[in-house]
Design a binder for this molecule. Structure first.
Ligand code: NAG
Ligand code: NAG
Ligand code: NAG
Ligand code: NAG
Length: 356
């Protein structure tokens, strides 16, 4: 039974992939720029220059990416890469670490692996650019754009038309709350209190983003952290496909995102925030065995440098111990852009947000 279901999901995955190849039509972008914030699900090389940090700047990462190794934590495109293509961007959004002055007006990727909503999150993995610093970096970029365009009114109107994507919070669990030997949070807060405290801080940070001119903002809910190969190896699943207790933990955060979106949209004039139900969209992928495609080294769940990954990468949900494969990212991106089910996005999907 299980293997039949697995086969069906594989067939659906392949169908989704083939559809995607013919789906992308590159033209003029639907919005003038696209700014990205977050953690390793979004990072495209910002951590490469750090000595000790969570990094993916070595093979077999990037094995299916046009430019090879870049620092992306997957075999090919990330979810934000694919959303960028669906929005009509010809080039990938450059990482903050290397972006040029000519490139900044199309958008910048500020994301950094290990970063969280809370400042201390990810300290155990080393250097990272925390969300507060990502916002400071964005402030500097907005000033540079303003200097280039040399017309304040024009710049304000310009950056209000852009799309801002934020995917952060997983590390506040994986590299904070779930590490009681390194962080005190699980002694201080119940799971419910912790979710509430995170959301409160997130709300302030998103208000800062709004004050820097953002109006069209995509908030990704947290993924099923209990279904990652690393979590399954660490905690066991009691015969279930995933570690239910971990998925229930992040659900407390995810369930607060829709009310947060409502609050921000009601409280901030002209704001159009929207929520993407990452866990909901990823649910069918749990029917695929939760096995990493690459060989994993240690509890960090990253690929062993220069190891050979699995061959049929289109049929794998996870690339390493924590990060989805490109084939999963294609499904996530497509359903974020064009919702398949009403529960995929709230109040609307990204294609709708782009047209506002
Ligand atoms: C977090 O870090 C930012 C940027 O470094 C700093 O401005 C802020 O005061 C810090 N917040 C807390 C609560 O420590
Ligand atoms: C500045 O931009 C605004 C809005 O696009 C425009 O109406 C105005 O003419 C511009 N001013 C100058 C001096 O170009
Ligand atoms: C986007 O925001 C504007 C200003 O707050 C609001 O009037 C409009 O209804 C929002 N659009 C949608 C589709 O919710
Ligand atoms: C996400 O989607 C799942 C499955 O469709 C649904 O059960 C869940 O309520 C959704 N979550 C949120 C926060 O909307």
């Amino acid at each position: 039974m299980a293997s039949k279901y697995g086969l069906l999901v594989r067939v659906l995955l392949i169908a989704a992939l083939m559809q995607f190849r013919t789906f992308v039509v590159i033209g003029e972008p639907q919005v003038p720029c696209y700014f990205l914030f977050g953690d390793s699900l979004v990072d495209s090389g910002n951590n490469n220059r750090f000595v000790k940090a969570e990094k993916a700047n070595y093979p077999p990462y990037g094995i299916d990416f046009p430019q090879g190794v870049t620092g992306r934590f997957t075999n090919g495109l990330t979810t934000p890469d694919i959303i960028g293509q669906l929005l009509g961007f010809r080039d990938f959004t450059p990482p903050y670490a290397t972006v040029s002055n000519e490139e900044i007006i199309r958008g910048v990727n500020y994301a950094s692996a290990g970063a969280g909503i809370r400042n201390e999150t990810g300290m155990n993995v080393g250097e990272r650019i925390i969300f507060d610093e990502q916002l400071l970096n964005h402030e500097a970029i907005v000033s540079r754009i303003s200097a280039l365009q040399n017309n304040k009114t024009f710049t304000i109107e310009y950056i209000q038309k852009c799309i801002y994507l934020v995917n952060i919070g997983s590390d506040d669990y994986v590299n904070n709350y779930l590490m009681p030997n390194n962080y005190p949070t699980s002694n201080i807060f119940t799971p419910d209190q912790y979710a509430a405290v995170l959301i409160q801080r997130y709300s302030q940070q998103l208000t800062t983003l709004y004050n820097l001119g953002a109006r069209k903002v995509v908030l990704f809910g947290l993924g099923p952290i209990g279904c990652t190969p690393a979590a399954i190896a660490k905690y066991g699943t009691n015969g279930k496909p995933c570690v239910e207790s971990l998925n229930n933990l992040v659900k407390l955060f995810n369930d607060r995102l829709k009310p947060l979106v409502d609050d921000l949209n009601n409280g901030l004039s002209d704001a159009n925030f929207t929520f993407i139900n990452f866990s909901g969209i990823a649910a069918p992928l749990n029917a695929v065995p939760n096995i990493a495609c690459c060989r994993i080294a240690g509890p960090e769940g990253l690929c062993i440098p220069n190891s050979n990954p699995c061959l049929v990468r289109a049929l794998t949900a996870w690339y390493d111990g924590f990060h989805p494969s490109e084939s999963s990212n294609i499904i996530l991106a497509k359903r974020s852009y064009n919702a398949l089910l009403p529960t995929d996005a709230y109040p609307y999907d990204i294609s709708h947000l782009a047209r506002l």
